[in-house]
Structures are given as C-alpha cells and as structure tokens.
Write a protein that binds this ligand. Structure first.
Ligand code: ADP
Ligand code: ASP
Ligand code: MG
Length: 814
C-alpha cells in the first residue's frame, strides 16, 4: 500500500489533474493506493472569502460563489467531455447546498468557527469526488472515501485535534475490506465525535495523508506539490534556493514550524515514531528527485539545512523589575495566552528575567494585549511592570539545522551579515536544542534577509553586488561597458555577481531589482523615467537589495550632499566625485563616521590619480603603522597634458581646448587651470595621511593671468587665454631658458600643503613625466630617502572607469 497526497496546485486545473491521474495509474499497477487530495488550488481561500462577504452583508459573496462553481464545473467538463452527468449532478447538489449555507450566513450575519469548517469542507469534498469520478469514468479501479468518516477529532473547530485510537481503527478497518485499487480521500476535513464537520488547520491535507500513512504503517508517505522538494529556503523569495535531497524529521519540522509552507508542521508527528519516510515530489516535474524526510543519519557539508520565515508577526514585550525572581510569572502569562487560544511562535527572555518577549501572529496582538493587561492589572498599577508593548508588521526568520550545535560562529555570521545589510534585528531566540536560531526583523526586510542569509550559508562562494550608477557621461559609460564585458569573468574567477540595479544621467533613470540587462542599456535609459537626485536615492532605498553600492560618476555638488543619506541606509559609496572628500573638514569626518557606523564603505580611489592605486596604497601604509613625512606629486593629468604640449610653436588656448576634447579636464577647465583640482587632491591625500586640513589652508600660487583668474564664465575664460598668450609664452620661455620643464606640483610637508607651477630641472623624477601622467612620491618613516613612487596615466575616461571598477571589486572582496 502506498499513501500519496496531492496539493492545491497539483489538482488546480484539468491539465494538472490529468498529470495526477497518470502518476496514480502508474503507481497503481503494482500496489494499492490511498490518495489524499486538497481542494482545487485557491478554492479554500475563495470559500473563506465568500463566507466573510456573506457575514459582512456584502452580496458580492454571490459572485465569489459563482467563481467557485464555474471553476469546478469547467474542470469536470474538461476532464470528462462525454460521460459527465453523474459528477455534474453531484456537483450541482453540492453547490446548491453551499449556496444555501452562504445565504444562511448572510442572513444571520455571523460566521462561527463551526460554520467556517462546514464551509471550507466543500473544497476537498468536491475535488476528491471529481477526481475519483473521473478515474472511474476512465475505467480505473478507483473509488472515493470521505475521510470525514475516518478521521475523528475533538471539537476544536478550524484546527481540531485527532483522536488517534478511533481514527486509526477506522482507517485500518476501512482499508482491510476496500476492494478498489485506488482510493481517493479528501484531505484537511474530519468530523468530531458528535458528528460535526471539523478541519485540521490550513494546509492540513498533508496531515490527513500522514495520519493515514501511520494508521496503515506503510513504507513511505509521498507529498506531491508544486515545487521539487523542500528547498534551502522559499524558492519564491530566493531564486538561488535549491531542493534539499535528505533532511531529518526534526529539521523538516523546524523549517515548517517557522514557515516553510511546503509541509504542514503537524504532518511529521504521526509518521515520526514509526520511522515512515516522507518523500516530497513535484507533480509538475515528476522526474525530479525531491526531498526525503527521515531518521537517516545525514552527512552534510553545511551545518545549516534551511532558512525559513513567517510574516505577519507581532512582538509582545512585557518588562519590569517586578518580574525578577517571582515564580509563576511566566506561567500566568502563558496561561492567559492559552485561554485566548493564542499561538506563541517564539519566546525570548532576558537572562535578568527583567523582560520577556513573545512572537505571535499579528491578528492576535490586540486580543493578547487586552488579556495580559487585565491579568497583570495590579502589577502594572503598582509600577512593577510596564503595560505591554506591541510592535507589529514583523517577520521571524529562522536558520535550521541539526548540526548547528556542533559549529561555532553561526549566529555570529547570521547577525553580522544581516547587520552589514542594515537589517534591524528586533529580537533573537535560539532553541535549547540548538536546531534553530531565530530573529525577528521588519517585514519589509524579509526578502533581503533571506537572500543575504542564503548567500552567506548556501552560496558562500558567490557574492552579489548591486550597483546604482549615477552620471553615465564619458567615464560612466566606460564603466558600464567594462561591467558588461567583465560580468562573466567576475562570476567565474572572483565569485562576484555584479549587477547594475540602477542607472541615471541628468535626464532619465532606470532600475531593475534583478539587475539591468546591459545589452541595450542606452536605449533603456533613454526611455527611463525622469531623473531626480532624490528620486534615485529613494529608488535604491526602496529596492532594499543586499550589498548595494552607489557609484557617483559626476562632479556634482548636490549629489555629494546626498552621501549621508546613502550611508545611513548602509549603501556603500564609490565616487570619483571629489567634492565630498575635499569639502569642509567636519563634513568629511562625518562621512567617515557614518561609513563606520552603518558598515557602508566609502571609497574614492579615483579622486587622486584616476585609476592609479594612490589612496589604497596610502591607506595600507597608514593602517600598517607607517607615518607620512611628506608628499610630492604631479596630480593633474590635464595640466600635465597642457604643459607637455605647450611650446613656443603652439598656442596656449589651442592646447587647453584639446585637453578638454581628449576628456582630461573637468567640465569647467578653470577648476583644473586655477589649481583648485590639484589642491583638492593634495588635501585628500593630506587628510588620508591623518592631517586635519581645509582647502583654504592650501597655498595656491596661480600661473593664470589676472584676467583669467577673474573671468566669470567658461567662455570669458577661454577668451582670456587667447588675449593673454604672451603671458603664457613668457612662462614657457623662462623654463626653457633655465633648461627646465614646467610641471604643476603639489606638495605636502610638515602639516602644510601647497600647489603651483614649477620649473623642474633635468634629472628630477618629474622632469620626464609624459602626456597626462601623474606621479606621487610618498616620503614616510619607512621610505625616508627613497620614496614610494606611484606613476602612470592619471586622467582619461578608461583609466578612471577602471579605478571605479577596482573600488567596486574591493567591496566584493570584503
Ligand atoms: P500544496 O498546495 O501542494 O500543499 P503549498 O502551497 O501548501 O502547496 O506549499 C508549497 C509552497 O511552499 C511552494 O510553492 C513554496 O512557495 C512554499 N515554500 C515555502 N518555503 C519553502 C521551502 N523551504 N521549500 C519549498 N517550498 C517552500
Ligand atoms: N485546502 C486546505 C488549505 O488550503 C488544506 C490543504 O490544501 O492542505 O489550507
Ligand atoms: Mg500545503
């Protein structure tokens, strides 16, 4: 004998029912079968909805009823195009009776738990009749047995408890004499000793099947559903979840208790003591192996077996000094909840006994508060305890695994990965058996939490990064192209799954929670929604993706001012925008503080030397205990380009223009030529060396002409370059006369910094600097005479983009 159970989706359409019938036919060839079925998918919910509507005097219950009836009738007709009168006649009678019941509820304006059970029972009773009838029509040796005649319970409506001695006897004697090969039974429904209809609780068809399997002591119980087994976590929430081959009864129970809906929690109980394995299979993919739940000792590489969640949780906190050391306090609390039939899902108690925290369903929260406040009225009045605090819209997430107790650091990993992703934990509990660790979080964070934890415990090797790039001009565009090109390499070689979740230029912006397809990103962006700086932030925040990174590829002050908002949401920042790091000292310090506090790295390697590893090297020197004595550097790719190309045969204006065309200068060339850009860079290096300094503290001797310095607009500025050609030629002539090269040099020494144009003599390391190259010389305690030198292309879209890319990868390796 075999016992199989098919769930709502499995019997949710004529196509799926045909699948079920062929599975049964196959099995029935060499064994007899007891097959438990759910109601047609979605019907239980609709029955309850119709009941609620009728109770609320809402005549829409008729529409809902009609939907239920139509659904059943169309399935009957599709399954039995010809010979369907007997089934239709039964269905007609059942639907009439259902309609009468609903009219009755409407009339009396009341829906008691007892009536509710009567109401929902129509679902399973109909589906089992339709399936058995269809099989008989097709000449199979099948019959239907109403489990209400077999499964006997108490009168605890909506979640009745089974009387096993009567039930087991009923089941055994029925099957002893049954002659058909395949018996179809409705799941979920039962009856009380007094003959009233009862049910076993939502999802209870699994339980019915387990009761029958145990009563008949069969070799195996098969639960057929719409997924290929019990997954590492809910596959509808985490794409990367995968089926678990084998799992222990205890683990399966814990996972289902904490929300893995694939198995109704009480299901394990009847089969556990008999050691009957439960096999979970997929009706829509029968060849998939599924999951076996059993006693078997399972060797598994990961101590964590699965992660589950329950939504709609309220946290109830009772605290006060009056609780400490008083015996019977918890007893009174739990008795109160028991009386109100409130199910406690998790409990935590501070070791001081000063507070106790309970996780219950949202729907029970008010009832619980009322009852507890009454029971502890005296203590509250005397100030010994506080009135109860209720927080709702929470979720419980649970890590489950038999083997967790033998491994250290699992909860540490769990909480640090949640913390890193800014997921606030409201309460924590660990089962004494250490088979589960649970945390209560905000419901809005559930998807992110499950994905984070799944990545941490089941995909340890890949890390997903979600970048939001703003400013896809010259450099930004190269960055997106580089990401597109390297995506596969990163995944295969560095185990980084880099996704662009948001893109914006000054006109439009686009987002995709699953990562944008970069194939035609320009077109998608052109058709995006209207861009706004705040809107971009709000979207990144709302998507709430793990390892989010905001990439600022602009030179925009307003964007730099939004960094604190990003950091507060634990969104890391990678910026080539120098404004934030060279802004007022307090602002710079605040950004560093927020970055630490919210565990959100703030990286800006490209602020100095574009893609050259200047800041990273400096940070490593400082972190390893070195001290910077002085820095000498040529830090402006654009100025270097200008003075390397400017001679007595060229015009200063033409060279500056060309530097702009080649993408070396900032959008406003005055920022480069006035030395402000270089001043910002040496300021950043000084700050990163540990010196507190502001931009005004940097001595800046300008080489521009008076008129150039005073010009108000970019156009005016260019005009002065033409008019003052003689001034610039004189700078060149002087250097030439002294056998020197003109270089724009930044210096930091003894806590002071300066920038200015200098004549560099032959033999000096700066003398031969070519094109737009940068050079930085760090003189430190460890490099006192021979400096640490970093040299190379210090400007240009490609190298700047790869510098940004390197910062992003740094976050991936964190
Ligand atoms: P049935 O109607 O067949 O009883 P259910 O809807 O009750 O099916 O249970 C199957 C569903 O359980 C899946 O579709 C999935 O959304 C959900 N689920 C939640 N957690 C898990 C998990 N860990 N593994 C598999 N499914 C899960
Ligand atoms: N039909 C019932 C429900 O939806 C029982 C079940 O499907 O297991 O809860
Ligand atoms: Mg189910």
């Amino acid at each position: 004998m075999k016992v199989l159970k098919f769930g709502g989706t499995s019997v949710g359409s004529s196509k799926n029912i045909n699948n079920v019938i062929s599975i049964l036919e196959n099995y029935g060839k060499d064994d007899s079968i007891a097959c438990v079925v759910s109601a047609v998918g979605g019907i239980t919910d609709k029955l309850l909805l119709a009941g609620k509507q009728a109770q609320n005097k809402d005549r829409d219950f008729v529409k809902t009823f009609q939907f239920i009836k139509d659904k059943h009738l169309s399935i009957i007709k599709e399954l039995n195009p010809d010979n369907n009168s007997a089934i239709l006649e039964y269905a007609e009678e059942r639907h009439n009776s259902l309609k009468n019941l609903l009219e009755g509820i409407f009339l009396i304006n009341e829906l008691s738990p007892k009536t509710s059970d009567k109401l929902v029972s129509y679902g399973e009773r109909l589906s089992s009749f339709i399936i058995a009838g269809t099989m008989k029509n097709r000449g199979l040796s099948a019959d239907r047995k109403n489990s209400q005649e077999l499964v006997i319970t108490n009168s605890n409506y909506t979640k009745a408890e089974v009387d096993y001695s009567i039930t087991n006897q009923n089941i055994k004697s029925y099957f002893e004499t049954a002659t058909q090969n395949i018996t179809i039974l409705p799941g979920f429904v039962a009856s009380s000793k007094t003959g009233e209809q009862t049910t076993l609780g939502r999802g209870g068809s699994d339980f019915t099947a387990a009761i029958i399997a145990a009563a008949l002591n069969v070799d195996q119980l098969e639960i057929w559903t719409d997924v290929s087994g019990m997954f590492t976590t809910n596959p509808k929430m985490v794409k990367q979840a995968y089926p678990i081959d084998k799992i222990s009864y205890q683990e399966a129970m814990e996972l289902s208790h904490f929300g893995a809906k694939v198995l109704y929690p009480p299901t394990v109980q009847p089969v556990l003591s008999l050691g009957i394995p439960i096999h979970i299979k997929n009706t829509l993919e029968p060849e998939a192996v599924g999951t076996i739940i059993s006693n078997e000792e399972i060797k598994s590489s990961s101590p964590v077996k699965g992660i589950s969640n329950i939504n709609n949780i309220a946290l109830l906190t009772l605290e006060g000094t009056g609780m400490v050391g008083i015996p019977g306090f918890s007893k009174r609390l739990f008795e109160t909840l028991l009386q109100e039939k409130i199910n406690v899902i998790m409990i935590t108690q501070a070791s001081s006994e000063h507070s106790i925290c309970l996780g219950i369903e949202n729907k029970d929260a008010d009832k619980a508060k009322e009852a507890i406040d009454v029971v502890f009225e005296n203590e509250i009045a005397l100030g010994k305890i506080e009135p109860i605090i209720i927080e709702s819209d929470l979720s419980i997430i649970a890590l489950v695994g038999d083997n967790m107790k033998n491994h250290q650091g699992i909860s540490g990993k769990m909480f640090s990965s949640l913390g890193k992703n800014n997921i606030n934990i409201r309460a924590i509990a660990q089962g004494a058996s250490e088979k589960n660790i649970t945390a209560v979080i905000n419901e809005k964070d559930v998807k992110k939490a499950l994905n984070t934890l799944h990545e941490q415990f089941f995909e340890a090797k890949t890390k997903q990064l979600n970048v939001f790039i703003t400013g896809v001009g010259n450099v930004g565009e190269r960055l997106v192209e580089q990401i597109k090109q390297q995506k596969k390499y990163l995944k295969e070689n560095l185990k980084i799954n880099l996704r662009v979740a948001g893109l914006s230029n000054s006109r439009t912006m686009i987002f995709d929670e699953t990562g944008l397809n970069l194939k035609d990103w320009k077109m998608q962006l052109a058709n995006g929604e209207q861009a706004s700086l705040q809107g971009f932030f709000e979207n990144a925040k709302a998507l709430n993706l793990r390892n989010s990174i905001f990439v600022d590829v602009t030179a925009n002050k307003d964007i730099a001012e939004l960094y604190p908002q990003y950091l507060r949401e634990s969104i890391a920042i990678v910026a080539c925008n120098k404004i934030a790091c060279s802004s007022e000292l307090n602002n710079y310090k605040e950004l560093k503080r927020l970055s630490l506090k919210y565990n959100a790295p703030f990286l800006f390697e490209t602020n100095v030397g574009a893609g050259l590893p200047v800041i990273d090297t400096l940070s490593n020197l400082i972190a390893s205990g070195d001290k910077v004595n002085s820095i000498q550097a040529v830090l402006s790719g654009s100025l270097n380009f200008v003075f390397n190309n400017f001679t007595n045969e060229t015009k200063f204006y033409d060279i500056v223009k060309q530097a702009g065309v080649e993408g070396y200068t900032e959008p406003d060339p005055r920022i480069d030529l006035s030395g402000v850009d270089v001043a910002r860079k040496i300021l950043i290096l000084a700050r990163e060396s540990g010196v507190e300094m502001n931009l005004e503290d940097i001595e800046n001797t300008s080489f521009l002409s008076e008129a150039g310095l005073k010009s108000d607009t970019v156009d005016d500025f260019y005009k002065t370059l033409i008019a003052d050609e003689a001034h610039y030629q004189s700078l060149y002539a002087s250097a030439k006369a002294n056998n020197c090269q003109l270089k724009y040099v930044a210096k930091f020494n003894d806590g002071k910094a300066s920038v200015g144009l200098q004549e560099i003599p032959e033999g000096h390391p700066f003398y031969n600097l070519e094109g737009s190259d940068n050079i930085v010389m760090f003189y430190t305690e460890r490099y006192p005479k021979q400096p640490m030198i970093i040299k190379g292309a210090g400007a240009g879209a490609d190298v700047t983009a790869s510098g940004l890319f390197a910062d992003i990868i740094r976050l991936g390796n964190d």
